[in-house]
Design a protein around this ligand. Structure first.
Ligand SMILES: Cc1cc2nc3c(=O)[nH]c(=O)nc-3n(C[C@H](O)[C@H](O)[C@H](O)COP(=O)(O)OP(=O)(O)OC[C@H]3O[C@@H](n4cnc5c(N)ncnc54)[C@H](O)[C@@H]3O)c2cc1C
Length: 483
């Protein structure tokens, strides 16, 4: 997740992570995704064998693909829709994220104001509408996604973050939002951590979900409306075919009038996307369920989503069975946009996360982590979704959510359908929809630039949030790098 800033005060540098409490807590953690490791996981759907056709072919079975298929069918039940997924529905980012479902379409308000100041209020309104639309869909289709509209608490854990909270509150006030600011005592009264200095509480703009159950529920809703879904069916090639497009798969082919590309960080099918996207790994831990005594020791009765406010931030939340999911902090990029299954695990990051967890909640020392994993995020230099068309407008794509796509993917899908329909409306007229992020440079400059940026961000957090020359130059150019 999330687009926040925050570095833990007492876990700086790699030398402090190998503590016995961190190692003990991780000793039995399964290297697997807690959300996907669930009895509610549905049985596999068949792979595509042979030749088929459809009006609309959706490639990718994460939230973006599922929302595209669902909204297309809801708008026009006669539209013949096929969805193809290379592995299983929701196995990638959509089934392994933090489950923070935010109304923000712009990776947070600060980023939205920086990049789209003129249309910020419209984007905020569309974002609220989008989150309400997600809640309504979940209710309408009876999806058990453990949806809880708990809101989010953004927490300052350093003095400079307290000052930034107050400054940003003034900016928001100019846009008609009166943010709820809480001081140290009020914040610590809600959730008991000695590291909390102040916070902002957004009561309505964020919901929490069980990410995999949301994907599986959307899958079922699509099937109920007549979408044909093929799993374990990788599209290997797209070619023009008369008035439509032809997609090649290992054991079959699909012809269709239109294609919606919803492949997130996987850019092989449309190479130009790799200019704009860097796949970045984000890591997560989940604890065993808290005992009633441990729950009393942390408070947290409002079950809010929490995030600290540094450049390298943590995001954390309770699950339905009162475990704590704790993620964030590191942002790892591999040379050449490399994505590999073994990169889902990273012991140094998991150990740092574990140590930082106990600095935040020393009263929980002795608690064990049961799951550890990582996943890939489609980072772009403006941190928000961007859209485009190819193959003479017969294909549209929506990618670039960076770390905040759980909610935004529904809007990404909606706009993708608008583009395929050639619609001229409030959404397609947005600068956010009409423009693209600045591309990343090619390798080896890409790798070098990202490493320098990571180092600078870490340095800024250690120095009262002060951004060095490199970060200031990137800010000026509108280029960024985040999880
Ligand atoms: C660890 C982690 C934590 C996160 N936490 C949050 C959070 O708390 N809140 C938030 O808002 N966001 C969070 N995110 C981001 C969020 O999960 C994503 O933005 C969102 O899930 C993107 O959905 P998607 O459908 O676009 O992509 P994905 O879920 O990645 O789906 C893309 C799908 O396309 C398929 N595919 C790719 N190529 C092909 C092909 N050639 N043929 C067929 N299928 C193909 C893939 O197999 C994959 O299933 C997090 C991400 C990670 C990794």
């Amino acid at each position: 997740m999330p687009a926040r800033r925050g570095r833990h005060p007492k876990a700086r540098g790699s030398e402090s992570i190998w503590t016995s409490r961190a190692m003990r807590s991780l000793a039995e953690a399964e290297p697997s995704v807690f959300w996907l490791d669930d009895p509610a996981a549905p049985p596999a759907l068949p792979s595509l064998v042979g030749a088929v056709d459809a009006d609309l072919i959706v490639v990718g079975g994460g939230y973006t693909g599922l929302w595209t298929a669902l909204q297309a069918k809801e708008a026009d039940p006669r539209r013949d829709v096929i969805l193809v997924e290379a592995a299983t529905i929701g196995w990638a980012a959509s089934g392994r994220n933090g489950g923070f479902c935010a109304s923000s379409l712009t990776h947070g308000e600060a980023n939205g104001l920086d990049r789209f100041a003129d249309e910020f209020d419209t984007l905020e309104g569309l974002g609220r509408e989008n989150l309400d639309g997600i809640e309504a869909t979940i209710t309408r289709h009876g999806i058990d996604a453990e949806f809880e509209r708990t809101g989010e608490l953004d927490i300052a854990v350093e003095d400079w973050q307290v000052a930034e909270l107050a400054e940003f509150a003034q900016v928001l006030a100019e846009h008609g939002t009166e943010p709820v600011l809480l001081d140290r005592e009020q914040t610590q009264a809600l959730v008991h951590s000695p590291t909390y200095l102040a916070s902002r509480y957004d009561a309505d703009g964020v919901a929490l979900v069980h990410p995999a159950k949301l994907a599986w529920g959307l899958r079922q809703a699509c099937l109920d409306l007549g979408v044909r879904i093929y799993e374990h069916t990788e599209v290997t090639k797209i070619t023009s075919d008369g008035a439509g497009l032809a997609l090649s798969c290992p054991f079959g082919s699909i012809r269709g009038r239109q294609v919606a590309l919803a492949t997130n960080a996987f850019t092989n099918l449309l190479r130009r996307l790799s200019n704009y996207i860097v796949p970045v790994y984000d890591y997560v831990l989940v604890t065993e369920p808290l005992s009633p005594e441990q729950q009393d020791a942390v408070g947290w009765e409002g079950r809010q989503g929490l995030a600290d406010l540094g450049n390298q931030f943590h995001y954390y939340r309770l699950t339905a069975d009162n475990r704590i999911l704790w993620g964030g902090y590191d942002v790892i990029y591999h040379f050449g946009n490399r994505i590999r299954a073994e990169q889902d695990q990273r012991l140094t990051t998991h150990a740092a996360l574990a140590e930082q967890f106990f600095t935040t909640f020393p009263q929980l020392e002795g608690l064990r982590f049961t799951h550890r994993w990582g996943g890939v995020i489609d980072t772009c230099s403006r941190f928000t979704t961007f859209w485009g068309r190819a193959y003479r407008d017969r294909l549209a794509y929506a990618v670039g959510y960076t770390g905040l796509g759980v909610g935004a993917s529904r809007f990404g899908a909606r706009v993708m359908l608008d583009l395929l329909d050639g619609a001229d409306n409030e959404r397609t007229r947005l600068a956010m929809v009409r423009t693209k992020p600045i591309p990343f440079p090619p390798e080896p400059f890409r790798y070098g630039g990202i490493q320098l940026t990571r180092w600078s961000i870490e340095h800024a957090d250690r120095n009262g949030g002060k951004r060095n020359l490199w970060l200031r130059a990137l800010d000026k150019m509108g280029l960024g790098f985040e999880s």
